[in-house]
Design a protein around this ligand. Structure first.
Ligand code: HEC
Length: 328
């Protein structure tokens, strides 16, 4: 366990173990080690076992060495020295070749004639690694020139647009499988029958005790009229369901019990009851809520004098006309 080779073996084993488990276990972009952190412990135990094996093999070799006769020991040592000298021979040779320097004892061959106050110059060749790199850039430049300047394969703008289009497709794909990504900022009114039906069953399972099956209200307010205590529209309603009503009023936060997708469904279902005007409906509570994004039905402006106008904005007429009457 003292040789470089055994240290490299242990590092290699660890790396292999990590990459192997990562390769067979990971799904998508997240590493299995992130999803299942206990695998680190398993890996650590396996590496420890491997270390123990390395150490005991080393010790065994040591014991066996002691049992050898003096002659055999010399033989063995020579063998070892030879193996050691040949270790990493390929790496060493390639390194030397790529660096290409002359060993100090041969510098006499490449020393130049001139001599400036005792300072002399060696005529070293360019290191092969550098020369090969330079050739590679020449080949790259030639191919690049032909492909992009002569044949105009594609340019940066095309590349960018393709990448953006691809990303959009991937986002759509992702959103389809990750419905629970919705939050109060991204939630949208769902109109699919299947979503509304799911919303209805969630409503019947959790909300009717206080809001009645019709949404007409009981302990909780009427959810079918134009009046909202905490604001109407999908975003506010989603937020109320997720975070609850005012403290002490009885409307709890549902985010612990319902998934974001379920809250979006039940919020959409609640809004689909708007204007249904159930016979047992409670008196309206809160303010009339005007959707700032809703299409305006009609605007009437009456000029009173040079500093005042009378403006009537009519929108969402559901239970009679909803009119925003203001003098400015
Ligand atoms: C324990 C009774 C109770 C239950 C159960 C309940 N609510 Fe409420 N809800 C209330 C009360 C009380 C309020 C008024 C809160 C306030 O005044 O701040 C309210 C308010 C609301 C509001 C806002 C109304 C407004 O005028 O702004 C919405 C939307 C709502 N509830 C939806 C739901 C949904 C959806 C469920 C089922 C997941 C549900 N509630 C379950 C009692 C309840």
């Amino acid at each position: 366990m003292r040789s470089t080779a055994s240290i490299i073996r242990v590092i290699g084993f660890t790396l292999f173990g990590y990459l192997f488990v990562n390769y067979i276990g990971s799904t998508g972009d997240t590493s299995i080690f992130v999803e299942q952190p206990w695998l680190w412990a398993v890996l650590a135990v396996v590496v420890l076992i491997y270390l123990a094996i390395e150490i005991s093999l080393g010790a065994l070799e040591n014991v066996l060495y002691r049992t050898l006769s003096a002659e055999a020991k010399v033989n063995y040592d020579q063998e070892r020295a030879k193996v050691k000298a040949n270790q990493f021979r390929w790496v060493k040779r390639t390194y030397k070749k790529l660096v290409g320097g002359k060993p100090i004892e041969m510098e006499g061959e490449i020393i130049l004639d001139h001599n400036y106050d005792g300072i002399r110059e060696l005529d070293n060749k360019l290191p092969p690694w550098w020369v090969y790199g330079f050739y590679a850039t020449i080949i790259f430049a030639a191919i690049y020139l032909v492909r992009f300047e002569l044949f105009k394969d594609y340019n940066q703008v095309d590349e960018y647009e393709a990448a953006v289009a691809q990303a959009k497709v991937e986002i759509e794909e992702y959103k389809k499988t990750a419905k629970d990504l919705v939050d109060v900022n991204t939630v949208q009114l769902l109109t699919e029958v299947s979503d509304l039906n799911s919303g209805k069953s969630i409503f019947e399972g959790n909300c009717v005790a206080c809001h009645k099956a019709s949404g007409g209200g009981g302990i909780g307010p009427n959810l079918t009229d134009d009046h909202w205590i905490l604001g109407g529209g999908i975003k506010n309603v989603f937020n109320t369901i997720s975070e609850g009503g005012r403290p002490g009023k009885g409307m709890v936060a549902w985010k612990a019990d319902l998934k974001p997708s379920e809250m979006a469904q039940v919020a959409s279902y609640v809004l689909s009851l708007h204007g249904s005007n159930p016979p047992d409906g409670k008196e309206p509570e809160g303010d009339i809520w005007l959707d700032p994004d809703a299409p305006v039905e009609e605007i009437e402006v009456e000029v009173i004098d040079s500093t005042k106008i009378h403006m009537i904005i009519e929108d969402q007429p559901v239970t009679g006309d909803v009119v925003n009457d203001s003098i400015q």
